[in-house]
Design a protein around this ligand. Structure first.
Ligand code: SF4
Length: 370
């Protein structure tokens, strides 16, 4: 990227800081401020906070990071490295001083282990964990350098400022913990109790949410407000269903009933095709993927609920619609009644959907009478 002007004016900066790292990469002041605005929007802070974010990032030292991978597919690392929005992928990496990351670090073997040990010894670092941790049989199902993931996690989190569990596996156990969970896979919060743990579930995690969490930490010197599952409210405070672009069709009782049917081609609601958006909390519809161009529901596939605890067991079969709420079994195709929809909120949604379907069927009946 070509260097375009000096953007230090008015922003300050410290040696070894974020600003210096960005300047070395030739990132322009305009790109930097655009990045700050995008992250401010993701954090849902008032517009006047963008300047504060810019000043904080310009003057802060990059926090040392240890990134651990356990029972994972490296999909979250891929998601993180391929982030090209906010505008400059480099900024994401330059916010952090990644001292240890098995997939991307140049060092290997003893040299890599020494880098990790030195970071832990200094303390105050961030630990990012990707993948679930197996606990059965003494944790033998995931060993690195002859040590179990449980041991490595315990050591790396000593003296850490916080742990960020990225992806559904690190947050809640994910796919590896699905029945019958042969390795006894668990999430980070099941094992780490002395250090704050922030969960950023998703399969994979959205890099914008990692970046926004780190920016919040650097700007406000505190962690973002979390929900009961340890997820930041800025990213997981609203249901997919609340911000979905197909919501108007849900409200109008316009549902896709078969893949490729007229409703599917017209972008109608995917509720009957198994969409789990009504009981899934995530900012996917607003942050999106691939430079913010699209997301699964936008592309025509229902939400699979990957940010919720218990994913995968709780969200499969993916192509069966959410159960109708007991006592509201008015749908003619209520084959799932009684499966026990736990969320009260989902009850309202299912009832709403039922009402919409009834309305639509009534309209059809009325039409056929005419
Ligand atoms: S059910 Fe799914 S597709 Fe339909 S409006 Fe809700 S989130 Fe969107």
């Amino acid at each position: 990227m070509a260097k375009r002007g000096n953007f230090t004016s008015g922003l300050g900066g410290v040696e070894g800081g974020v600003l210096e790292a960005l300047q070395r990469k030739g990132i322009s002041r305009r790109e930097f401020l655009k990045f700050c605005a995008i992250i401010g929007a993701a954090l849902a802070v008032p517009v006047d906070q963008v300047g504060r974010i810019a000043e904080a990032l310009a003057s802060v030292r990059r926090p040392p990071v240890i990134w651990l991978e356990f029972q994972d597919c490296a999909g979250c690392t891929e998601s993180f490295l391929r982030a090209s929005r906010p505008a400059v992928a480099e900024i994401v990496l330059d916010l952090l001083s990644v001292d240890y990351h098995e997939t991307i670090m140049a060092a290997a073997g003893k040299q890599a282990e020494e880098a990790k040990e030195a970071t832990v010894k200094t303390g105050g670092h961030l630990v990012i964990v990707e993948g679930s941790i197996p606990t059965r049989e003494g944790g033998i199902y995931c060993c690195i350098g002859g040590r179990t993931a449980v041991e490595i996690l315990e050591e790396a989190t000593r003296g850490a400022a916080a742990v960020i569990a990225v992806g559904s596996c690190a947050a809640f156990g994910g796919l590896a913990s699905a029945e019958p969970n042969p390795t006894g896979a668990v999430g980070v919060r099941d094992l780490v109790h002395k250090v704050p743990v922030i969960n950023l579930p998703g399969c994979p995690v959205n890099a914008v949410n990692i970046t926004a969490t780190v920016v919040h930490y650097l700007t406000y010197k505190s962690l973002p407000e979390l929900d009961a599952w340890g997820r930041p409210l800025f990213a997981y405070g609203k249901r997919i269903h609340d911000n979905c672009e197909r919501r108007a069709h849900f409200d109008a009782g316009q549902f896709v009933e078969n893949w490729g049917d007229e409703g599917h081609r017209k972008g109608w609601c995917l509720y009957l095709m198994g969409c789990k958006g009504p009981e899934t909390y995530s900012n996917c519809p607003t942050v999106r993927w691939n430079e913010g161009t699209n997301w699964p529901v936008g592309a025509g596939h229902g939400c699979v609920g990957c940010t919720q605890p218990g994913f995968w067991d709780s969200m499969t079969p993916f192509y069966r619609r959410l159960p109708t709420v007991p006592g509201f079994s008015v749908e003619s195709t209520a084959d799932d009644v009684g499966l026990g929809l736990a969320a009260v909120a989902a009850a309202g949604v299912a009832a709403h959907a039922a009402g919409s379907i009834i309305r639509r069927k009534t309209e059809k009946t009325e039409e056929s009478k005419e």
